[in-house]
Design a protein around this ligand. Structure first.
Ligand code: GLN
Length: 480
């Protein structure tokens, strides 16, 4: 049955006009969750007990706060005080966070109602959400397919209408690729735009938290709430946060859009290519000037990413040893306890990454792998610097394929890693990128258009994305 979705913006309008109360607005989404999450399995914890208290809290709050009464879900690697945060891993079984992540604190201050945590690949390692230790999430467009990953739970929950807004994290594409597979909007902010305090670290030099939503306007609204400098994260940037919603309508007339040729080569699915090219034509018809550009070091991005990301991950995950957090396996002595806890608590992909990361950092190999990867990372960043001297925005596919079938790639990590080919350079360079649904072509499975901009120029991404979305319509919703 075709359905209409309620966006955060519509919800706020109805609250403000008095047509709907937050209690009823939240109730609508909770009922939808109850009706469809049995099929989608997007949520790990629905936090039902805390909702009443949050709704009561709204009464003493200024109604003009940006998310007053809007339900929001967070990925299971973002800590919420007094709640379980497990990163979809057995190793964090029993862990309850003693504090709120900065993004969660900001959501609360903005009047959002936290309505649960969403499924993900364990510790955000993956592109299909199949690496969760707890459940497989289905793509709401086709329940036999993956929602993408690692923020697959957040993307699927938004696409299925279970929540209007969700947060994900993106280290190599984990917001954008699931957004593209599920037909929703997802943005990875510039590195430093959003505080990482309270995000369980995967690769600290690449990780960013960002919004998933049904429309560009909703994503802009959510980024405005979570962005900004934070004394608790030394890598967050002390830069003013513009009003992203205010500048949405600026259009694309005269804007220069670069089309990196390296993103349209071998391995790109023909249907995806066709959709993305049509989307670029639409931008051209709206007045943008689209020209080819070259990003010659793109071909090294996967190799560099899988050295840098695994090196950082192996170091970050060293803290999960049974002493401070979550699971502790019983044992006769300390060393054995460490080993058993990690053996029993971590899944296959986590072990693979820790082994890879430890290897590339091992003495004697540091120069050959890690240091070399850092050098090539600089070259990849330089490609972006050069391109942005000539153009304002880059347009590419988000992923080389549409959503694949559950089980199709899980036994073949290398093929899975190739899903990230168009998203990881962005993280290596630190620039912002958004994925929005392409409107044309086969409507049965969504395709994502990725737009990239200069550091801290998220406003331009939202403006271009909004112009496209206004032209082609949407949001597009699965029948579920
Ligand atoms: N799919 C990529 C990986 O497996 C990216 C994950 C992410 O962005 N968290 O590492």
């Amino acid at each position: 049955m075709p359905r209409t979705a309620t966006t955060a913006t519509e919800l706020l309008n109805r609250y403000r006009s008095g047509a709907l109360s937050p209690r009823d607005g939240v109730g609508h989404f909770l009922r939808r969750q109850e009706a469809v999450d049995g099929k989608v399995s997007a949520f790990l914890d629905t936090c039902r007990e805390g909702i009443e208290t949050q709704l009561k809290g709204l009464e003493s709050m200024d109604k003009s706060v940006p998310l007053w009464g809007v339900p929001v879900a967070v990925k299971d690697n973002i800590v919420v005080r007094g709640r379980k945060t497990r990163c979809a891993s057995k190793i964090l079984e029993g862990f309850e966070s003693p504090y709120d992540a900065t993004v969660v604190r900001k959501l609360r201050q903005a009047g959002a109602i936290l309505c649960g945590t969403t499924n993900m690949d364990e510790f955000a390692f993956g592109s299909s959400t199949e690496n969760s230790a707890f459940q497989k999430t289905a793509n709401p467009w086709d329940l036999t397919r993956v929602p993408g990953g690692s923020s697959g739970g957040s993307a699927a929950a938004v696409a299925a209408g279970e929540i209007p807004l969700a947060l994900g994290s993106d280290t190599g594409g984990s917001i954008r690729q699931p957004a593209s597979f599920c037909g929703v909007v997802g943005l990875k902010p510039t590195y430093g735009r959003v505080s990482r305090y309270g995000l369980v670290a995967f690769a600290s030099s690449l990780d960013q938290i960002g919004p998933l939503a049904l429309t560009v306007r909703d994503a802009a609204l959510l980024l405005g709430v979570i962005a900004g400098w934070d004394p608790m994260d030394s890598t967050s940037a002390d830069m003013p946060v513009p009003d992203y919603v205010k500048t949405l309508e600026g259009g694309v007339q005269g804007l220069r859009i670069g089309i990196p040729q390296e993103y349209f080569g071998e391995g790109l699915d023909a249907g995806v290519r066709e959709n993305v090219e049509l989307a670029i034509d639409t931008l051209r018809s709206l007045g943008a000037q689209c020209d080819p550009v070259s990003m010659p070091h793109t071909q090294y991005a996967i190799s560099v990413y899988y050295i840098v990301a695994t090196a950082e991950a192996s170091s970050n995950l060293a803290r999960f040893d049974g002493v401070q957090y979550g699971l502790r396996s019983s044992s006769e002595n300390l060393l054995d306890m460490y080993c058993r806890t990690r053996d029993e608590g971590f899944g296959m992909e986590v072990k693979r990454r820790v082994l890879l990361g430890t290897y590339v950092l091992s003495s004697g190999y540091y120069d050959a792998y890690y240091l070399k990867a850092l050098r090539v990372r600089s070259l990849i960043k330089r490609d972006f610097d050069e391109a942005f001297k000539r153009v304002d925005v880059l347009a590419t596919p988000t992923s080389p394929t549409v959503s694949f079938r559950l089980g199709e790639k899980i036994q073949d990590p290398l093929t899975m890693y190739l899903s990230d080919i168009y998203t990881i350079s962005t993280n290596l360079a630190g620039v912002p990128a958004i994925s929005i649904p392409c409107a044309a072509g086969d409507p049965s499975l969504p395709v994502g258009l990725q737009l990239l901009a200069k550091p801290f120029d998220e406003a331009t991404l939202f403006r271009v994305a909004h112009a496209y979305e206004t032209k082609v319509g949407g949001p597009f919703l699965p029948d579920l």
